[in-house]
Design a protein around this ligand. Structure first.
Ligand code: ARG
Length: 260
């Protein structure tokens, strides 16, 4: 009898310890008084660097929405900027509390993290050199060419699956992809449409192709570690509030104006 109860005690202890690995982010954030956001600030108008009064700042509508989330939680917001393909590992290791980076809540990612509802939907686009705009009008026109896409992003998959025989070149940063395109190291890029428009507006030598990649999820959501239902609920409540009074639309417009 005694032997069994000690075995049970050990089993229970192991259970508790395993449970500790899945930390309660909300409680932790409230204790710290800070919400640590992981993002990849190469993504105007979602998140990007901008010099404001001579100071480098990270701005964009994701950042503004994150500020509202922090406000509703009654805590400060801290931003950690990194490459897009490192974000989910950083979330899982506890280096950041949430991830907001124009991130698509696709099935693959849902296996390892939880998402809020989609707070912004967007289509995908193809960016080419302005001089090639007449040549590359459909996905078929890009057949067999060198195509750039952000590493670890859904665009990498779209390039591989939707452009016949594409030679896909994945790079960590969107800004580097734009340079590769200008320098003719690649012939076209698959980029989320609002981001494509932002870069094209600022670069006369680039153009948006009328080619239309398909995207069945097509939206952005906030990611948190699994087992944080209460935090997800609270963030969904913030999104609901911002959707209801059209704040998100306003934040997107303001962020686009900041790009120009
Ligand atoms: N929506 C795409 C994805 O989730 C790309 C997001 C890239 N975000 C960024 N901040 N660079 O895979």
């Amino acid at each position: 009898m005694r032997k069994w109860s000690s075995i049970l005690a050990v089993v229970a202890l192991v259970g508790v310890l395993a449970g500790c690995g899945q930390k309660d982010t909300l409680a932790d954030v409230q204790k710290k008084g800070t919400l640590v956001l992981g993002t990849s600030a190469d993504y105007p108008p979602y998140e990007f660097h901008k010099s404001i009064n001579g100071k480098d700042e990270i701005v964009g509508f994701d950042i503004e929405i994150a500020k509202e989330v922090a406000k509703d939680l009654g805590v400060k917001l801290e931003i950690k900027d990194m490459k897009f393909d490192g974000l989910l590992a950083s979330l899982k290791s506890g280096n950041v509390d949430i991830v907001m980076a124009g991130m698509t809540p696709d099935e693959e990612r849902k296996k390892s993290v939880d998402f809020t509802k989609i707070y912004y939907t967007a289509e995908q686009g193809i960016v080419v050199r302005a001089e090639d705009a007449d040549k590359f009008k459909t996905m078929e026109d890009l057949k067999g060419l060198k195509i750039g896409a952000q590493k670890g992003a859904v665009q990498e998959k779209i390039a591989t699956e939707q452009i016949p025989n594409a030679q896909v070149k994945p790079l960590g940063k969107i800004s580097d992809l734009m340079l590769e395109l200008k320098n003719k190291k690649v012939d076209a890029l698959v980029v989320e449409l609002p981001v494509a428009n932002s870069y094209v507006a600022k670069n006369k030598d680039l153009a948006l192709s009328p080619a239309k990649p398909k995207d069945d999820v097509g939206g952005s959501a906030i990611a948190a570690n699994k087992g944080n239902a209460e935090l997800i609920d609270k963030m969904n409540a913030t999104i609901d509030r911002l959707e209801k009074d059209k704040t998100i639309d306003k934040l997107v417009t303001e962020a686009i104006e900041l790009v120009e």
